[in-house]
Design a protein around this ligand. Structure first.
Ligand code: ADP
Ligand code: MG
Length: 228
């Protein structure tokens, strides 16, 4: 694929647990193209989070190769990997992972501050991302003053604020009721369609598949279909 955002070739992951080993991923091949909204589904324990972490340079495979925007990750040192995580990847978590003592605006601004953008730009981009997610009126609120759905929208704003190459969402609806969960998925789908973001969403909830531009099922560390 010419315009691959991320490409995995023969990726395996083995975790050591006590005396034994757990094969979390077994020879996974997967290419995600620009603008795709890929939903990765499968039961708990099948390796979805492990795959997302490897795609996002947060964890290294035991074997195989990972390319992000054509650049191979293995062999890069910690500083280079953390720069890639900071600049190329936005991550959305099940439990939002907002910093509790920071306002919505400060949470959203964090990736920009880590990129050492200037203050005016930080404020402008953070407010634009909050507005894009319908949170203008919530900028000054702390996470505990927000509903679950609002917290997840703040987390989405934080993930997209610096326009990273790849948005990874790990069970982003797992802590929301089905209506709010549906809204989160619809929002991510819109961000792909309208703004060209590339999203990989992991879920054990098959009803989220409807919004995907492509879906891939996983079982026991392997991709079953749709992986191309
Ligand atoms: P999923 O996100 O689909 O629930 P995971 O990627 O979290 O699956 O886990 C895949 C397998 O790897 C599971 O058997 C899990 O117990 C194991 N695993 C995940 N992380 C670790 C770890 N840090 N140490 C040991 N085993 C792990
Ligand atoms: Mg998981």
């Amino acid at each position: 694929m010419e315009n691959a955002v991320v490409r995995l070739e023969g990726v395996s992951k083995v975790y050591l647990r006590g005396e034994g080993e757990v094969a979390a991923l077994a020879e996974v091949d997967l290419t995600v193209g620009e603008g795709e909204f890929l939903v990765l589904s499968g039961p708990s324990g099948c390796g979805k989070s492990t795959l997302l972490h490897i795609m996002g340079a947060m964890d290294a495979p035991s074997a195989g190769r990972v390319f992000l925007r054509g650049r191979e990750l293995s062999g890069l040192d910690d500083a280079a990997l953390s720069r890639i995580r900071r600049e190329e990847v936005g991550f959305i978590y099940q439990f939002f992972n907002l910093l509790p003592t920071m306002t919505a605006r400060e949470n959203v601004a964090l990736p920009l501050i880590l990129q050492k953008r200037d203050r005016g730009e930080v404020r402008r981009l953070a407010d634009a991302a909050l507005a894009r997610l319908g949170l203008e009126g919530r900028a000054g609120h702390l996470p505990r003053e927000l509903s679950g759905g609002e917290m997840q929208r703040v987390a989405i704003a934080r993930a997209v604020v610096s326009r990273p190459s790849l948005i990874l969402a790990d069970e982003p609806t797992g802590n929301l009721d089905s209506r709010l969960g549906g809204e989160v998925v619809e929002t991510l789908s819109e961000l792909c369609r309208e703004e060209g973001f590339t999203v990989v969403l992991a879920t054990h909830a098959p009803e989220l598949l409807a919004r995907a531009t492509r879906s891939v099922r996983m079982l026991d560390g392997r991709l079953l279909d749709g992986a191309a």
